[in-house]
Design a protein around this ligand. Structure first.
Ligand SMILES: Cc1cc2nc3c(=O)[nH]c(=O)nc-3n(C[C@H](O)[C@H](O)[C@H](O)COP(=O)(O)OP(=O)(O)OC[C@H]3O[C@@H](n4cnc5c(N)ncnc54)[C@H](O)[C@@H]3O)c2cc1C
Length: 231
């Protein structure tokens, strides 16, 4: 099996390398680490202009339709320059694009993917909870209860990268609390981050300040059943 990158992938990487060297010099990275808690809008916009957020979005939704290997080959260059920038960009590319492309309904794809491709929609992932992250089946207690055409979510998440700047928090919850098999009891909702009942607080960190981690509290957060992905 040939693991070498294609010529197109190498070209993509070298143009991104040029971009990062110009737009993310060490002086700016240091300044951002001291002054901001997320990637500056200006850099985010330039990345969008470069097509960074469109890479892995299918063409019918305004993206480039690149495969995940190509997207990751490009993403690796950003990681080399800045963990903070990579975390912020990666949350949208990984937790937004990937989730919606792989599991989203047609309605969710139409609503969300064009915005991601244009750099206008940001994502975060609400998975880890105070009881732990590795053993997610045992640790997760945030739950959603069906109420008419909606679900009502209660619980808490922690270490959520970029939630304070996200448009959506892809939130994993228990929807079947009576099911003894936890792996069959979970669902994911694409929760708009501006809903009533959501509280998002940044957590002080020792480093990587230019992309904050957050606690997210859900108190009777009402989402339409159509916001569910998966089962
Ligand atoms: C930079 C960064 C960004 C993150 N961003 C996000 C995010 O955007 N969204 C999100 O939901 N979470 C995020 N997280 C949280 C991350 O998912 C959790 O930190 C991770 O899942 C581990 O969970 P924990 O920290 O609670 O550690 P724990 O689960 O308590 O684990 C602590 C240690 O115990 C070990 N351990 C745990 N259980 C077992 C077991 N059963 N057997 C053997 N060993 C075990 C683990 O391997 C680990 O070494 C982020 C974390 C980091 C560091």
């Amino acid at each position: 099996m040939d693991f070498a990158l294609t010529r197109e992938q190498e070209l993509l990487r070298s143009s991104l390398e040029e971009f990062c060297a110009k737009e993310m010099p060490k002086e700016k990275l240091r300044e951002w680490d001291e002054t901001v808690d997320f990637i500056p809008d200006e850099l985010w916009g330039k990345m969008a202009d470069l097509g960074m957020f469109a890479f892995a979005v299918p063409q019918e939704y305004g993206g480039e339709g690149a495969d995940m290997v190509t997207a990751m080959a490009a993403f690796e260059i950003i990681c080399k320059y800045s963990t903070a920038v990579a975390l912020g960009v990666g949350a949208t590319m990984g937790f937004g694009t990937r989730t919606v492309v792989e599991l989203g309904t047609d309605e969710q794809k139409n609503e969300i993917l064009p915005g991601i491709a244009q750099g206008k929609v940001r994502f975060s992932l609400g998975l880890t909870e105070p009881a732990g992250g590795t053993d997610i089946l045992g640790a997760l207690s945030t739950y959603a209860v069906k109420n008419g055409d909606d679900y009502v979510i209660n619980g808490q998440k922690i270490y959520i990268t970029g939630a304070h700047k996200a448009d959506y928090i892809s939130t994993m919850v228990i929807t079947d609390r009576d099911n003894p098999k936890r792996s069959h009891a979970l669902s994911t909702f694409l929760v708009p981050a501006n809903l009533p009942g959501l509280e998002i607080r940044t957590i002080p960190k020792v480093g990587c300040h230019a992309c904050a981690a957050c606690e997210v509290f859900y108190q009777d957060v009402r989402v339409p059943a159509t916001a569910m992905v998966g089962t």
